[in-house]
Design a protein around this ligand. Structure first.
Ligand SMILES: *Cc1c(COP(=O)(O)O)cnc(C)c1O
Length: 356
């Protein structure tokens, strides 16, 4: 596939459903072709080991573990740091709470959701929920998420993260960071990823969202915890053999694809501003990163109708509630694609908003 140079005619449809749709880069295919391979269930795969060490070093952690998905990374973070009947405290719109707390059936952990603003837990509610180590239902893990998926790509402030980390330590609890889009947060804050990761014991990171690798995620943290997680990965069937084939693309993702996320953020802001300027009946989140939430006029047409109409106009988006759409910018959405998106909205607004 040809990369980079924006073509005057965008490739249709323009896919704003998620940054997971990004394809591997030519450099990734080249690295895959020449990757040193081994058996990650036996002596270890050298390319996987290289990726694990690279991410651990970037995040200021002792060790890393390559896993197929962030869902597995988050599950292993819980499994390796929480005993049965202990409590996991987490902001109540976090992905780990809304979409992954079925993990409780495996770990036996009890999840407590904390109300938040822009993905940041209310500190008083967090402090009230923390149960000390002496409690029979102690809190052993506190989780954060940045950038925050359901909060429209919001980024936690470092001050908030420091507060949460201190409160958790006070209660003898570990901290896990769901950093599926950690590098989006780092780019938005203009700090190294390590400056964010310092406020968590363990961190999960997705390689195949904006970073464009085909599959894979990393769990990073202390050697002893990652060692435990490595054993549990085998229990879950997550140990893969010549996984260096995909880890090779992950190395390129980390080495080459982090800085450019700023472009995606710029286009998300431009998309948001253009939509508000052109269509007074729409309102949008102010994107900090690459996610734009669009609030639709409540009326006869719900988000499903808008998704269908935009789809027919060559733009794929996802419903995010009855009158809300989610758009995610990524490497394949260039300026021409953005123009096409605005034209599609013009067509659809004329048809749908006029009828409400
Ligand atoms: C995408 C995402 C996940 C799940 O990632 P998978 O690799 O699809 O399992 C978890 N948490 C957050 C914050 C995400 O954005």
């Amino acid at each position: 596939m040809k990369d980079a140079a924006p073509s005057p005619e965008p490739r249709l449809p323009v896919d704003l459903r998620s940054d997971t749709v990004t394809r591997p880069t030519p450099a990734m295919y080249e690295r895959i072709r020449t990757a040193a391979l081994g058996d990650d269930g036996l002596e270890g795969d050298p390319t996987v080991r290289q990726l694990e060490a690279l991410v651990a070093q970037k995040l200021g952690k002792e060790a890393g573990l390559f896993v197929p998905t962030v869902t597995m990374a988050n599950l292993l973070a819980t499994f390796s740091q929480v005993q049965r009947q202990e409590q996991v405290v987490i902001e109540s719109t976090a992905h780990m709470y809304t979409s992954e707390r079925g993990g409780a059936t495996l770990t036996g952990a009890f999840y407590a959701g904390i109300r938040g603003v822009d993905g940041a837990m209310e500190m008083t509610e967090l402090e009230a929920a923390l149960r000390p180590a002496s409690s029979p239902l102690r809190t052993s893990l506190v989780c954060m998420e940045t950038s925050h998926n359901n909060a429209g790509g919001a980024v936690l402030s470092l001050a908030h993260m420091a507060q949460v980390f201190a409160a958790a330590r006070q209660a003898d609890a570990r901290v896990h960071l769901d950093g599926a889009r950690l590098f989006n947060a780092a780019v938005a804050l203009q700090v190294p990823a390590e400056a964010i990761a310092q406020y968590a014991d363990t961190v999960s990171l997705c390689l195949c969202k904006g970073l464009s690798a085909p599959v894979g995620a990393i769990l990073a943290g202390p050697s002893s915890t990652i060692g435990r997680a490595r054993g549990l990965r085998k229990v879950l069937g997550g140990t893969q053999r010549q996984a260096g084939i995909v880890a090779a693309a992950g190395i390129v993702a980390i080495e080459e694809m982090c800085e450019r996320l700023a472009e995606d953020h710029l286009r998300a802001r431009r998309l948001s501003r253009s939509l508000i300027d052109a269509f007074p009946m729409l309102s949008t989140s102010v994107p900090r990163t690459n996610i734009v939430l669009i609030d639709l006029p409540a009326g006869a047409n719900d988000s499903g109708d808008w998704v269908d109409a935009l789809n027919r106009a060559g733009v794929l988006v996802r419903p995010w509630g009855p009158f809300r759409l989610r758009c995610v910018t990524h490497r394949h959405v260039d300026d021409h694609a953005l123009e096409h998106v605005l034209a599609a909205f013009r067509t659809v607004v004329e048809r749908l908003a006029a009828s409400t």
